[in-house]
Write a protein of this length. Structure first.
Length: 69
């Protein structure tokens, strides 16, 4: 387990598993050979992606006059 997200991945770390902190919990990262030279934090996201749906009835000025049926 580590909070060191800025630690570079070294060749000795290949095929080892690290628990990297993402700000809320520790998530496992298995190191592959192509990850050498990158940082541990690059492989553990700290923000969730948000996809907004459509606005509801009355949410905008133009939708106040749209009939419900």
């Amino acid at each position: 387990r580590t909070h060191l997200r800025d630690m570079p991945i070294l060749p000795e770390f290949v095929n080892k598993t690290f628990a990297v902190h993402n700000g809320q919990s520790f998530e496992r990262v298995r190191v592959q050979p192509e990850m050498i030279g990158h940082y541990l934090g690059e492989f553990q996201l700290t923000r969730q992606s948000v996809e907004h749906g459509q606005a509801g009835i009355g949410a905008t000025r133009s939708s106040k006059f749209v009939p419900l049926k």
